[in-house]
Ligand binder design. Structure first.
Ligand code: HEM
Length: 403
């Protein structure tokens, strides 16, 4: 492989994005120069990055590349506080066969059919957010008006979390996912959320409601396999994975839709094509590029390079989704390319559990905003938007819009 020799200091990773529309400029060069490159993490530790589509897919299927976050060699982007290390991150931090069992127990909650049953309620939530935005000042910040409230309210509905607590968990999640706040601040945020969810699950054990957590309690008790702590961990994962991701895709997708007349016309002219637009936007932005992280439990060979047991790997979905061998002119937003094989939701056993929900939320938000506010447009040039290079999930801190 080509890449740094032992004497070079591998480049600092993650590479920042310099524009909302572009993935890190380094990806193309590295992908062309070889399949595997060594990088230096902010913690000072080395790790491997995979940049080509086929290698990323294979890596995410490889049972020797583990999601075990309790492994001291697991490659972290930030130094962890002690209580972070104690968390397994539920499904996201498990390997088979434990992962297979735990995922099987909850996957029925996220089927396409179950998510479709939520569609009318999601539409109501989106309409209420649009009403509130139209009744407020113009310009408005789309991040505050839509990107965060919509997925947050939906996940509250699903889990049976009180809407009144939304500000609290949004704030704690964003602190926890920050790559710049001090470890103690992130630790406190983690601890606050864990305590909150512990109390919530305890309350539902006593007085069940019609929600995912209550159903998991009933199912666990029926199977004599109920585990309070495991359910708190799952609630934690769903709450945090379920809103920051979709929220950032709402902001970036809306930016592209507002600034690309053909794309906007596709949706307004034929709402039936929205799912296709959503798919291409997911591929194009791949906001969760740097979260598909693994540690090798045994030596693994990728593209002629041996990754040794104990070494960390970032399987870069964004770089894979812009691999010209798979996606022609990857830097173009081309709705007709049929981007369904993209890796924005990961691949293999850990592929995103909430993808049907995320797709539905994005479809409804894009459709509703463009239909109800035809003159909606950014209030500042794209190059002035504050980018979330300080977080594990890419997005925009603010998106001022006017109409
Ligand atoms: C896993 C992306 C929305 C729940 C993942 C993974 C990716 C991803 C890339 C794989 C991580 C890995 O392989 O280590 C996204 C994107 C979203 C989104 C781009 C929105 C646009 C959601 C939502 C939920 C959710 C709405 C839940 C309500 C999960 C869970 C996992 C996961 C539970 C872990 C699955 C497992 O380990 O078995 N997501 N996600 N995600 N996602 Fe999402």
């Amino acid at each position: 492989m080509t890449g740094p020799t032992d004497n070079d200091t591998p480049p600092a990773f993650p590479f920042p994005r310099t524009c909302p529309y572009r993935l890190p400029a380094e990806y193309n060069g590295l992908r062309e120069s070889g399949p595997v490159s060594k990088v230096t993490l902010p913690t000072g530790k080395p790790a491997w990055i995979l940049t080509r589509y086929d290698d990323v897919r294979k890596a995410l299927l490889d049972p020797h590349l583990s999601s075990d976050r309790a492994d001291p060699n697991f490659p972290m982007l930030v130094e962890l506080a002690r209580s972070d290390k104690d968390s397994t991150l539920s499904l996201a931090g498990m390997d088979a066969p434990e992962h297979t069992r735990a995922r099987r127990a909850v996957v029925g909650e996220f089927t396409f059919r179950r998510m479709e049953a939520l569609r009318p309620r999601v539409q109501e939530i989106v309409d209420e957010c649009v009403d509130a935005m139209l009744a407020g000042p113009n310009p408005a910040d789309l991040v505050k008006a839509m990107s965060f409230p919509v997925p947050s309210l939906v996940i509250c509905e699903l889990l049976g979390v009180s809407v009144a607590d939304r500000d609290f968990f949004e704030d704690r999640t964003s602190r926890m996912l920050s790559m710049t706040l001090p470890p103690l601040t992130r630790q406190q945020a983690f601890f606050d959320l864990q305590t909150y969810l512990d109390e919530l699950v305890t309350a539902k054990e006593k007085v069940p409601g019609d929600d995912l957590l209550s159903r998991q309690i009933a199912k666990g008790r029926k199977d004599r396999a109920y585990d309070h702590d495991a359910l708190v961990d799952l609630a934690f994962l769903l709450l945090t994975a379920g809103h920051d991701t979709t929220g950032n895709m709402i902001s970036l997708g809306m930016l592209a839709l507002m600034e690309t007349p053909e794309l906007r016309a596709r949706i307004t002219g034929d709402p039936g094509s929205t799912p296709q637009v959503v798919e291409e936007l997911l591929r194009y932005f791949t906001i969760t590029d740097i979260i598909t992280t693994r540690v090798a439990k045994e030596n693994v060979e990728i593209g002629g390079q041996t990754i040794r047991a104990g070494e960390g790997v970032f399987a870069l979905g964004g770089s894979a989704n812009h691999d010209p061998d798979v996606f022609e002119n990857p830097g173009e937003l081309d709705v007709d390319r049929g981007a369904r094989q993209h890796l924005a939701f990961g691949h293999g056993p850990h592929q995103c559990l909430g993808q049907s929900l995320a797709r539905m939320e994005l479809e409804i938000v894009y459709d509703t905003l463009l239909r109800r506010i035809p003159g909606l447009r950014p209030a500042v040039p794209a190059e002035d938007l504050p980018l979330k290079n300080d977080a594990a999930i890419f997005g925009l801190h603010e998106l001022p819009v006017t109409w």
